[in-house]
Design a binder for this molecule. Structure first.
Ligand SMILES: Nc1ncnc2c1ncn2[C@@H]1O[C@H](COP(=O)(O)OP(=O)(O)OP(=O)(O)O)[C@@H](O)[C@H]1O
Ligand SMILES: [Mg+2]
Length: 370
């Protein structure tokens, strides 16, 4: 998939932009605060349906404007389509596919781009909720059943937690909670199952990318840490049964703590390099390498599932990577994907004739050089 043209109007510091990027590697260089990350954010918004920076979408509207507009013409094999989005202070956000209004869930499942930004480092170093967010937003949507199940699970969870917090006596809560339990066991166990299957599919790619990044010196493994006592080789029915058994056995504790203690909303993921936990023992460069490898392996999974590469957006990716890891990354980026990579310094000579370097200056992009 290639972005053939990008149009922005009043998107952050871009008053008016019409840009035809390079089909392979676009290097966006320039001083601080000129709009490099803003440009990646605009591309991500058009290709993933959300911002990687903010959940308050209106922040993206130019400060002196009432509304903003972003559109990307996307070439896919021999065909092309346009995704556009309009955002205003007074109204709702409207996504359009070839001019027709569409629900964003219908356009982006999974997103058409993969992004890496410095904030993604929380994926390894941050709290478990960051890793669940990654599972839910980036990996989960590779199974089309994931988001509908998550949606249902979250509704049930909220009802169940309301009952647990209601202050009613235990007998009464048991009676009221029963109709929600069935759905919780069903959707909750499905989500855990989807996660484990997708992680298993991702893993060989992750291992390979990580090995290239570290010149074969470091080996990555991961562990899905569940609130349920999972055992190897469990099928969907076993998992559902285990969920029910665990929740029923510990119901008294849930009443006492006034919250749902078991399920995918309490699970976590741990990564290990050569056997040691990256979260606790990994250096910054190692943490960065793990996140980068996760993102690039998602890109490959996308290619193998859909026969097209998603667009790859890399913000300040070369920071904290030593020369060897940078070379590993340059090698990986030699694949067919269209890449947008920001860098405060120039990256001359890294990608041969497959790249173009643009200078971003105050919301404008120059014509670029080979
Ligand atoms: N809604 C907005 N309207 C107008 N300008 C905005 C808006 N939001 C942010 N900006 C401007 O965009 C600038 C930041 O741009 P951006 O984050 O893209 O910088 P950058 O080129 O990536 O810099 P760095 O090298 O520091 O990462 C801010 O300094 C701010 O002035
Ligand atoms: Mg930036």
């Amino acid at each position: 998939m290639i972005i053939g043209r990008l149009e922005l109007k009043n998107f952050r510091n871009y008053a008016n932009l019409s840009w035809r990027p390079h089909p392979y590697i676009n290097i966006l260089s320039g001083n601080n605060a000129q709009g490099k990350t803003n440009l990646l954010e605009a591309i991500f918004f058009c290709t993933a349906g959300r911002s990687f920076r903010t959940s308050r979408e209106r922040e993206m509207i130019g400060w002196t404007a009432e509304s903003c507009y972003a559109a990307a013409e996307i070439e896919k094999g021999e065909s092309a389509f346009e995704i556009s989005v309009c955002l205003s202070h007074g109204g709702r956000t409207h996504f359009r596919l070839n001019g027709q209004k569409k629900n964003r869930g219908k356009i982006f499942r999974p997103g058409l781009s993969v992004s890496f930004t410095p904030a993604d480092l929380d994926l390894v170093g941050g709290s478990p909720s960051e890793r669940r967010k990654w599972l839910d937003l980036e990996l989960g949507p590779f199974d089309f059943r994931y988001l509908p199940s998550l949606d249902k699970f979250e509704k049930v969870l909220s009802q169940r937690n309301n009952l647990l917090r209601s202050g009613a006596r235990q007998g009464k809560i048991i009676e009221l909670i029963e109709p929600w339990n069935e759905q919780m066991f069903l959707y909750g166990s499905s989500i855990i199952m989807f996660r484990m299957r997708l992680l298993k599919a991702l893993f060989p790619r992750l291992r390979e990318v990580f090995s290239v990044l570290t010149s074969g010196k470091e080996e990555i493994t991961f562990n899905y840490i569940s609130s349920l006592p999972l055992e190897k080789g469990m099928g969907p029915a076993d998992l559902r049964g285990l969920y029910e058994e665990t929740a029923r056995k510990n119901f008294g504790r849930e009443v006492e703590r006034q919250q749902t203690l078991f399920g995918p909303h309490r699970d976590d993921l741990a990564f290990f390099i050569n056997g040691s936990d990256v979260r606790r023992f990994g250096s910054r460069g190692q943490q960065r390498s793990v996140v980068l490898a996760l993102k690039i392996s998602l890109m490959r999974l996308f290619f193998e599932e859909y026969g097209e590469y998603p667009v790859l957006l890399l913000d300040d990716v070369f920071l904290e990577l030593d020369r060897q890891r940078q070379r590993g990354l340059e090698f990986i980026l030699g694949e067919e994907a269209q890449v947008f990579i920001t860098s405060e310094r120039r990256l001359d000579g890294c990608f041969g004739g497959r790249s173009r370097t643009y200078t971003v200056d105050g919301g404008k992009i120059n014509r670029g050089e080979e």
